[in-house]
Write a protein that binds this ligand. Structure first.
Ligand code: NAD
Length: 307
């Protein structure tokens, strides 16, 4: 299958390597000049926890440099970058191209619907992870999975087969929206609170009222979900959170929002807590915790940017 990974950063590169290793024709699309140049001259270095590393040679180029049409485009930009990416890659999208979005957060499908037909859109959510160490190098750990669903009954058998040939553990869901909200619930707790408390995930877990704060955020998400017709299982999210706090799981990690803030980048907050607060406002549901967390993260973005 001819596959483009639009957003060849930390996770895009990991997914791209796996698909290429399974024999697919993979092209990376990215705009970060130092990263592109490092990969195209020395290969993409992938390191693992045991210290081993391998090089992979995948062509990576800017949207303008890519030619041809693709069977599948996997979208893996940060959520605020998605609209721009879709605009930039418009010439590469044919009528039969399917687009799978694996970026975190809510609202991705609405953004995609402005650019392509509903028949082309596949909504997804992934538990794969990856860290960008430096331009041209990622560090990967553990395994993951993907849940996906065509939003308009398109046949996605070939896409699922390609992902599974690559060992990406893809599973078709009949309610991917619920899975996306579930993950967004987890991210809406861990991402902003680790930033605001300056803690890694395990340290956040040592806060006496950490889980109370989580519950305040999740209760609001549940109420908004009820109005939006999405079942939010708060207990199941809390149980996943408890597992993630353990050092042997994700405890020693700093979530991506923490890393974005450190790097002076814009975060995905408007597509997590900010999205829930907006839905709350539109539906007259009070979401004070999500609204406050969103404003505090925006304040933090401004402070870090001028430092
Ligand atoms: P990243 O910032 O490392 O990668 C995004 C890449 O997209 C960057 O290299 C950037 O240069 C490129 N890009 C963005 N807009 C572009 C444009 N218009 N033109 C060209 N290039 C453009 O981010 P990531 O960590 O790989 O995360 C991607 C998405 O996946 C996010 O939504 C994130 O929340 C989600 N996610 C990440 C992980 C993880 O472990 N990294 C895990 C699960 C989900």
């Amino acid at each position: 299958m001819k596959i483009a990974i639009a957003g060849f950063g930390a996770l895009g590169a990991r997914v791209g390597v796996m698909l290429q290793s399974a024999g697919h024709d993979v092209t990376g699309i990215d705009g970060w000049a130092a990263h592109i140049s490092a990969i195209n001259t020395k290969g993409l270095t992938v390191t693992e926890d045991d210290g081993s590393s391998k090089k992979f040679f995948i062509p990576v180029m800017t949207p303008k440099e890519v030619t041809g049409e693709f069977d599948l485009v996997i979208l893996l930009t940060k959520t605020p970058q998605l609209n721009r990416m879709l605009t930039d890659i418009q010439p590469l999208i044919a009528k039969q191209t399917q687009l799978l979005v694996l970026s975190n957060g809510l609202g991705n499908v609405e953004v995609m619907a402005k650019h392509v037909s509903s028949q082309q859109i596949i909504a997804g959510v992934t538990l794969w992870t990856s860290d960008l160490v430096q331009p041209g190098e990622i560090h990967v750990t553990g395994t993951g999975s993907i849940k996906l669903q065509a939003i308009d009954h398109a046949d996605i058998t070939a896409v699922v087969t390609a992902l599974n040939e690559a060992g990406l553990n893809a599973e078709v869901s009949d309610n991917v929206v619920e899975a996306i909200w579930h993950k967004a619930g987890i991210n809406s707790v861990l991402n902003p609170l680790t930033v605001l408390l300056d803690a890694n995930i395990a340290e956040f877990g040592t806060a006496g009222n950490g889980m109370d704060l989580a519950l305040n955020i999740l209760d609001e998400i549940k109420q908004v979900g009820d109005v939006a017709g999405v079942n939010v299982d708060v207990n199941s999210i809390l149980s996943d959170l408890s597992n993630l706090l353990k050092p042997e799981n994700a405890g020693n990690h700093y979530p991506s929002m923490y890393q974005d803030i450190q790097a002076g980048k814009r975060t995905e907050i408007d597509f997590l807590n900010g999205y829930f607060a907006k839905l709350g406002r539109e539906n007259h549901i009070a979401t004070p915790f999500n609204a406050l967390v969103t404003r505090l993260i925006h304040a933090k973005e401004d402070i870090e940017r001028v430092k």
